[in-house]
Design a binder for this molecule. Structure first.
Ligand code: KIV
Ligand code: NA
Length: 265
């Protein structure tokens, strides 16, 4: 294998090769995802929902993100590991953003950070990039701003928001971001953005005409089953399979089927 770098991803776009990306938050899952050949592993702040059961991504802390990221990094041989800066760890000022990014890089061994937002956080992103830390942008439906949006519905359907998004994407490329996630925006706008910049655009609910796709791994494996957006393709129904397996175990313990003669010392 050859390790994926931020340069690999930019080259992939130039060569018309699509980029695959999934989340992981722990060692065991990351081992499987990396071994299966994924290009990018995102230690997303969606761990706040998926791992901790919070309703939003806002509560997860920088320490918790570092714990998840360090577990993922220990499992990975090939994928590029991108770590979300959690809510409250970068919005105050560029120094705080840099300090948080340095903690992630030093304490987890991750390879890049991701931040939500456009021109509002331009100076913070520049500061992080100046320290030699690769930055992935994230525009469109940015879940850390859910209380501002008030809804998880599609973003940038109106001209003004679409225009700002395109400008933000161009700015992120100009200052040196290596890729941008576009979440839940019209496919046509995502296509236009992907055509307007030379860095890879990774979509989630952004249609097919972008440079790569990302999903939350627990969603695409069907471990979660209450989250059903249109963009989610389920490759397995692990919720049902795991429930059945665990119910079988419960039954086997109760009926003393488990452990049997060959399962004892
Ligand atoms: O936290 C996350 O899982 C994400 C992806 C959905 C892009 O940011
Ligand atoms: Na995220």
């Amino acid at each position: 294998y050859k390790r994926i770098t931020v340069k690999t991803l930019v080259d992939m776009k130039a060569n018309g090769q699509k980029i695959s990306m999934l989340t992981a938050y722990d060692y065991t899952m990351a081992k499987i995802v990396d071994g299966a050949g994924i290009d990018v592993i995102l230690v997303g702040d969606s761990a706040s929902n998926v791992m901790a059961g919070h309703e939003t991504t806002l509560p997860i802390t920088l320490d918790q993100m570092i714990y998840h990221a360090s577990s993922v990094v220990r499992a990975v041989n090939r994928s590029l590991v991108v770590v979300d800066l959690p809510f409250g760890s970068y919005q105050s000022d560029p120094k705080e953003a840099l300090r948080s990014s340095i903690r992630i890089m030093k304490e987890s061994g991750g390879h890049a950070v991701k931040l939500e937002g456009g021109k509002e956080i331009k100076e913070s992103i520049k500061r992080i990039l100046h320290a030699g830390i690769p930055v992935m942008g994230h525009l469109g439906l940015t879940p850390q701003s859910i209380y501002k949006f008030g809804t998880y519905t599609v973003r940038a359907k109106e001209e003004a928001e679409a225009e700002k998004l395109l400008e933000d994407a161009k700015m992120l490329e100009r200052i040196g971001c290596f890729a941008i996630v576009l979440e839940k925006i019209p496919a046509e706008l995502a296509k236009k953005v992907a055509e307007s910049v030379s860095i890879p655009i990774i979509g989630i609910g952004a249609g097919p005409d972008v440079d790569g796709q990302v999903l939350v791994v627990h969603d695409m494996l069907g471990m979660t089953h209450e989250f059903n957006p249109r963009f989610l393709r389920r490759y397995l129904n692990l919720f049902d399979d795991m429930t059945e397996a665990i119910a079988q175990y419960v039954d086997d313990v109760k009926t003393q089927d488990f452990p049997n003669d060959s399962e004892k010392y």
